[in-house]
Design a protein around this ligand. Sequence first.
Ligand code: G3P
Length: 216
Amino acid sequence: MKLFLDTANLDDIRAAAKLGVIHGVTTNPTLISREKGDFAAIIREITSLVDGPVFAEVLAQDAEGMIREGRELAGLDFSVCVKIPMTAEGLTAVSALSKEGIRVCCTLVFSAAQALLAANAGARYVAPFIGRFDDIGYDGIEAVASIVDVLADGDFETEVVAASVRSPLHAVEAAKAGAGIATVPPKALFQMIHHPLTDAGLARFMKDWAESGKEL
Ligand code: G3P
């Protein structure tokens, strides 16, 4: 399972890109609203920092507006993937933009039925939200597994991007559920590096080496 970073913060993107572990960046209107600068400039800057797709979401709610904004976003850089919400208007936009060769991610997906619609409309990616489903008492990982299952027949090339990932465990469980990609917020990505036994093991190696008096 590939890892994307779920943020619009340029410092976090630089820090994660330096690790060499991220293959794309996803944003949403909330994440963009937290950063300084205008939407297009932020997205362009992100595309210069990562190898891989950069997801930018439309703000219009009607199909015509989504299609117009989607074309504009896709025109910012070849790596931009347009995020469209899972609504009836959204499906019309997913279908129109996909037919133009624009990569689209259908977002705010919570069920296998919605994922099937998105795939049939031509979405390159579907983004089920794990944490937000857990928040209301459902099982977000089970939803990912069910979506992976219904898309597995090979009729479409739609990839599952597990989103609303809140912890390292969510990322691991998404991989076990068969998601091809998980988009992870910076905090959870950096948490994934650490394990107490790694720290203790390293401290022990350094102590033993220092006490031996040997030199390199
Ligand atoms: O980009 C969508 C997403 O990952 C949202 O995460 O934590 O706000 O539910 P969260």
